[in-house]
Design a protein around this ligand. Structure first.
Ligand code: PGA
Length: 256
């Protein structure tokens, strides 16, 4: 069985100006200190990436990620950002197919898959998000939705690609609502995603790909969630905007 290093990422969403990032990033670094028990990623908005990148410096224990990108290399796409632009600011990760992108900006599995392949070619590691809505869960469709989003968003990755892919399971009903999936509920879906990875890419891939949980992760639920056998990290929204709570999640979530 592959040893999967935990990965804890902060998704700032549309919060924090570049000026605010200038103080928040060093605060996180200072509170975290030297840390190698988990991989830590922060994903500020595009406008704060440069500041965050400079604040992190070149040998940081914290990696930088973006929250979205466009699939084209360059050109007439007003308001969009390319993979090369993100790499130029030393981004290593990019969140793709977050439920807010799917819900408010009409992103489909096919588009998420296209973006993920472009990201991988550009040496950016996609964090591919999947997750069901409350209506889908209550309508008995959770499995169908999660399996088809996983298959659709991750179609056609090469063996090598899979080394650089992270999946985030984020039940839409748990995002920003304070309603966390119970560790057992989350584990059940993570196991389902891992089984699906086995079907589409083989057991070796299923064993090594990291699957994060996201949705109202807080300092006091991080440890129990991240100790589930198939939960390999967290994608944290609201609680990543405060250095103390983000670092508490990282530390608690990395404890055995
Ligand atoms: P939340 O968001 O932690 O605020 O629930 C998680 C996410 O959407 O990534």
């Amino acid at each position: 069985m592959a040893i999967r290093k935990k990965i804890i990422a902060g998704n700032w969403k549309m919060n924090k100006t570049s000026t605010e990032a200038k103080t928040l990033v060093p605060e996180i670094q200072e509170k975290l200190g030297k840390f190698d028990q988990a991989e830590v990623v922060i994903c500020p908005p595009f406008t704060a990436l440069q500041t965050a990148s400079e604040a992190l410096g070149t040998h940081s224990d914290i990696a930088l990620g973006a929250q979205n990108m466009h699939q084209a290399a360059s050109g007439a796409y007003t308001g969009e950002i390319s993979a090369a632009m993100l790499r130029d600011l030393f981004c290593r990760y990019v969140i793709l197919g977050h439920s807010e992108r799917r819900q408010y900006f009409g992103e489909t599995d096919a588009l998420v898959n296209e973006k993920a392949k472009v990201a991988l070619k550009a040496n950016l590691r996609p964090i591919v998000c999947v997750g069901e809505t409350l209506a889908e869960r209550e309508g008995g469709k959770m499995e169908e939705v999660v399996v088809s989003q996983t298959k659709g968003s991750c179609a056609g990755f090469s063996e090598e690609d899979w080394n650089n892919v992270v999946i985030a399971y984020e039940p839409v009903w748990a995002i920003g609502t304070g309603k966390t999936a119970t560790p057992a509920q989350a584990q059940e879906v993570h196991a389902l995603i891992r089984k699906t990875l086995g079907e589409i890419a083989g057991k070796a891939v299923a064993d090594k790909v990291r699957i994060q949980y996201g949705g109202s992760v807080k300092a006091d639920n991080a440890k129990e969630l991240l100790n589930q056998p198939d939960i390999d990290g967290a994608l944290v929204g609201g609680a990543s905007l405060d250095a103390a709570s983000f670092v508490a999640i990282i530390k608690n979530g990395s404890e055995k």
